[in-house]
Design a protein around this ligand. Structure first.
Ligand SMILES: O=c1ccn([C@@H]2O[C@@H]3COP(=O)(O)O[C@H]3[C@H]2O)c(=O)[nH]1
Ligand SMILES: [Zn+2]
Ligand SMILES: [Zn+2]
Length: 247
């Protein structure tokens, strides 16, 4: 089984020449959006992908470059498409996403619209539990070490493709996944050290050649072009380009 991944953005949170690091995953006619940052609606528009073509959206954590486009998605589905889109997220992100991020814009007491469930078909996922979304597409949330006290998840697709979302460098996890047969690592990459809340290029360069060869770097800053040729056996994933992987 093969699946396609198209980054609708590859930029870091404050990048200006790349859109937010969000991805479309195409598998057997099913389209999953991983993260929906504040640039996602514009990026999808530029790609000619309508919001209605997306079958489900999965959220890794509540930073704006990962959830800032959800208000538009919610309103468009409620008032234009008049249906709910599945929203996949960790159980412990449900309340946080509504109370701390979306409620201010989406709550409508006059119409008794008071929860995430009023807009979305919420699918709460347990970490470390593979869930089949469609024949040929399974997702598993892996807790990521991003901001202390703030839930964040990497995503494992079909047990083979690792999508880091936002995480500090976690060498042991990458080694473990490599040994378990993971074939692709899509990893966030902060170009300058120290990393603080993201994996840095220097840290990723400590990985063995066998893992680097499977690694595509994403969530990078505007000066990424200056680093081409300086990433060892790793390469930068390109925004808008569609990649096909066996998984
Ligand atoms: O403790 C913190 C919290 C945040 N930040 C910055 O804010 C950004 C938020 O989105 P992001 O997670 O893609 O990247 C983060 C960093 O660039 C930081 O440097 N240190
Ligand atoms: Zn981010
Ligand atoms: Zn983040």
């Amino acid at each position: 089984m093969s699946l396609q991944i198209q980054m609708i953005g590859t930029g870091s949170a404050f990048a200006k020449t790349y859109y937010n690091n969000n991805a479309l995953v195409y598998a057997g006619g099913f389209t999953l959006l991983i993260d929906c940052g504040y640039t996602a609606p514009r990026a999808l528009h530029e790609l000619g992908v309508s919001l209605e073509q997306i079958d489900a959206v999965l959220i890794s954590h509540t930073h704006a470059d990962h959830i800032g486009g959800l208000e538009e998605l919610a309103f468009r589905y409620m008032y234009t498409f008049k249906r709910k889109i599945p929203l996949l997220l960790s159980t412990n992100l449900e309340t946080i996403l509504w109370e701390q991020s979306l409620r201010g814009g989406l709550e409508n007491l006059a119409e008794d619209v008071t929860s995430l469930n009023d807009y979305f078909e919420v699918v709460a996922l347990s970490e470390h539990t593979p869930t089949t979304l469609h024949p040929g597409l399974t997702v598993e949330l892996l807790p990521a070490d991003h901001i202390p006290g703030k839930p964040c998840y990497s995503v494992l697709l079909n047990g083979k493709i690792f999508f880091s979302a936002d995480t500090r460098f976690n060498g042991p996890l990458l080694y473990e996944l490599h040994h378990k047969g993971c074939t692709v690592f899509l990893h966030d990459c902060q170009l300058y050290s120290p990393g603080m809340v993201h994996a840095t290029l220097d840290e990723l360069l400590t990985l063995p050649k066998a893992i680097q060869q499977k690694t595509l770097l994403m969530h990078y800053g505007d000066d990424m072009p200056q680093f081409i040729g300086k990433t060892g056996d790793m390469t930068f994933i390109e925004q808008f380009k569609t990649y096909t992987f066996e998984a």
